[in-house]
Write a protein that binds this ligand. Structure first.
Ligand SMILES: *Cc1c(COP(=O)(O)O)cnc(C)c1O
Length: 351
């Protein structure tokens, strides 16, 4: 009997939301932005000379890193860019979570964290959210090998206050604390100002949600220069050319069009606030969301049944068959028209 299988790194992979392709479907299951990227992105695509693809891209991604740094008023040496924030987060796990003591993250959170921890053999402990699905800073006052949580949290949408984040940082000066701000642009407060006081803080953001570019794969993080230099060392020891030339060009174009960014994120926030009232009227309850989705549970009808009934109507939302949250649906905020179609379908389904 051969036993080469004993030496394989076996992992249970992350399962992304499905990408169905039905005509006239309404897709509210993966928190994509319902609006197209800035017209400047289309322009950058048109202008891009294919001839340039002969050359390798700049491994430092300088044009994009510089643009992000100037947008957030930090030094370029404080910015690290990658192929979506999943790439940035995976690099950060590899770089900063190297202790024998478990890292900490919430029990209900982005389901990639435990996948990376398993893959990189990082011990971890899941800290239960309180009964209102909120992170309690006191629960993070224990010995640990690092901390990560999204703010707002996913899939709950709940925001953790700046004061609470600072409390966690004050208690944990000896480990790296990562705040995953995938949804921060929809009205939550960013932890970026805390960078001045805490050298062990890393803030991760993405173009996938608020900048409508999930298909381009751009993520980045901001932290102090020393943290970023360690991240770069690990990246260059793994794959130097992570970001291609076309991606860099579109990333620069998108962040330059701040008026468009403010207009589209503003429209989503407005639709979300209106949708909260509609959900309430239909008998749904939810934690207050500051993200581009809401996490709802119905007073009478099981989430799984609603999910299936919507699916039959080609309306896709996310259902997690997991402990504590198996009676909830995570519903992305689409355009006003998409949400009106959703509510019309829900009225039918709920009778
Ligand atoms: C969507 C998401 C990401 C990853 O997004 P990318 O498309 O890889 O940038 C990371 N964290 C959370 C919490 C997310 O919801």
């Amino acid at each position: 009997m051969s036993n080469w299988r004993d030496n394989v790194r076996k992992v249970v992979p992350y399962v992304p939301g499905e990408q169905p392709n039905q005509p006239s479907m309404i897709k509210l299951n993966t928190n994509e932005n319902p609006y197209p990227p800035s017209p400047e992105v289309q322009e950058a695509l048109k202008q891009f000379p294919a001839e340039r693809l002969r050359l390798y891209p700049d491994p430092t991604a300088a044009v994009l890193v510089n643009e992000i740094a100037s947008y957030y008023k930090v030094k370029p040496a404080q910015v690290f860019a990658g192929v979506g924030s999943d790439d940035v987060l995976a690099m950060a796990f590899m770089t900063f979570f190297n202790s024998e003591t478990p890292i900490l993250f919430p029990d209900i959170t982005y389901s990639f964290y435990d996948v990376w921890a398993e893959e990189f053999r990082i011990p971890y402990t899941r800290i239960p959210l309180d009964e209102n699905f909120c992170i309690q800073p006191d629960d993070y006052k224990r010995k640990n090998g690092g901390i990560i949580f999204p703010n707002p949290n996913a899939p709950t949408g709940a925001e953790l206050s700046q004061r609470a984040i600072e409390e966690i940082l004050q208690e944990n000066p000896d480990v790296v604390v990562i705040v995953d701000e995938a949804y921060v642009d929809f009205g939550a407060e960013s932890a970026l100002p805390l960078l001045e006081k805490y050298e062990n803080l890393l803030v991760v953001q993405t173009y996938s949600k608020s900048r409508s570019m999930a298909g381009m794969r751009i993520g980045y993080c901001i932290g102090n220069e020393e943290l970023i230099s360690y991240l770069n060392d690990v990246k260059y020891s793994f794959n130097s050319y992570t970001m291609d030339q076309l991606t860099l060009a579109t990333g620069v174009a998108a962040i330059r069009d701040d008026a468009y960014f403010k207009r589209t994120t503003g429209a989503i926030v407005e639709t979300r606030e209106w949708a909260k009232g509609e959900f309430r009227r239909l008998g749904f309850t939810f934690a207050d969301s500051k993200a581009n989705f809401v996490f709802v549970s119905h007073e009478r009808k099981a989430a799984k049944e609603i999910y299936q009934a919507l699916r039959e109507r080609h309306i896709y939302v996310r259902y997690f068959n997991k402990e504590r949250i198996d009676n909830y649906l995570r519903i992305t905020i689409g355009t006003r028209d998409e949400m009106e179609a959703l509510f019309a379908a829900l009225k039918e389904i709920l009778g």
